[in-house]
Design a protein around this ligand. Structure first.
Ligand code: G
Ligand code: G
Ligand code: MN
Ligand code: NA
Length: 253
């Protein structure tokens, strides 16, 4: 019984679930967005982290049906919230490199938006640096097509890959997410502080909005705010939540 078969089984038997992590706008203190994260609830092994199974899903190609399910389930859930009269903020969905295929991804996003009725302007897609740098030419075309549909684009785990902001200026990005490894040491670690301040200042000059990940303390939040960061995500504000708990954080229209 291979892991690939187990993943296919998991998808068919509804063992895959989505959780939603709220994001807070630092200027207003209000909910301003959320990131959708996958979980595997295995009947014997309990919760399995995506850090463990996403790489296997990528190797085996299972990321294609799983990625489609994530997008569809996320948009369907968020559209149900809207239909129930909730003020739904922007929702970010993670994409992996294997999903970034010409002739596949753009069509898939368009069909999911059409099928669910979820508006493109509320959908944000997160891509990692390594993804973009590995397939820069294809990536630019796909990203331009997604932008043209009205989707927001974010670069995830920024600072952990090989790209520089000078390369990023050629990409149609809207948001840069600072990796939590640089947030961890704030505000005491001078190197982390310098890196975070530099990333934020340069992102601003490129007109990108900045989301800091993994914010766990008030001190980290204050340091990021002072450095000009727009938005935070992390345990300090909220953990990734089941759909019902996420809905409770939203106001009524
Ligand atoms: O939420 P957690 O820390 O367990 O996530 C671990 C990793 O799995 C993160 O890098 C996150 O980006 C990734 N991940 C979570 N959900 C998805 C998803 O739906 N698709 C992809 N490709 N990666 C995801
Ligand atoms: O790689 P990506 O940024 O997509 O994944 C975000 C991951 O970070 C998720 O797995 C999520 O569970 C995790 N995460 C979210 N907030 C915090 C936090 O405050 N601290 C830590 N250590 N991890 C977090
Ligand atoms: Mn992410
Ligand atoms: Na990240």
């Amino acid at each position: 019984f291979s892991v690939q078969a187990a993943l296919r089984f998991a998808l068919e038997r509804q063992q895959l679930k989505l959780v939603f992590q709220p994001q807070m706008n630092l200027a207003t203190g209000q909910l301003s967005g959320m990131e959708c994260l996958i979980r595997w609830q295995h009947p014997d092994m309990g919760w399995i982290s995506p850090a463990e199974f996403i790489p296997i899903a990528e190797e085996t190609g299972m990321i294609i049906p799983i990625g489609h399910w994530v997008l569809l389930e996320a948009c369907r859930t968020a559209q149900q919230w809207r239909a129930a009269g909730l003020l739904v903020p922007k929702m970010a969905v993670n994409l992996s490199v294997r999903q970034f295929k010409p002739g596949v991804l753009v069509e898939q996003v368009a069909s999911v938006l059409q099928e669910t009725g979820f508006p493109a302007y509320l959908l944000e897609l997160e891509v990692t640096e390594s993804l973009i740098m590995r397939r820069i030419n294809e990536a630019v075309d796909i990203m331009n097509a997604l932008k043209a549909m009205g989707v927001t684009l974010a670069i995830d785990d920024f600072g952990t890959g090989y790209s520089s902001l000078s390369q990023l200026k050629y990409l149609p990005l809207d948001i840069l997410k600072i990796d939590r490894s640089f947030v961890e040491g704030l505000p005491c670690d001078h190197d982390d502080m310098a890196i975070a301040q530099t990333i934020i200042a340069m992102a601003k000059k490129l007109s990108l909005s900045v989301v800091a990940e993994g914010v766990e303390t008030a001190e980290q939040m204050q340091a990021l705010h002072a450095a000009g960061c727009d938005t935070i995500q992390g345990y300090f504000y909220a953990k990734p939540l089941p759909a019902e708990a996420m809905a409770q954080m939203m106001q009524r229209v």
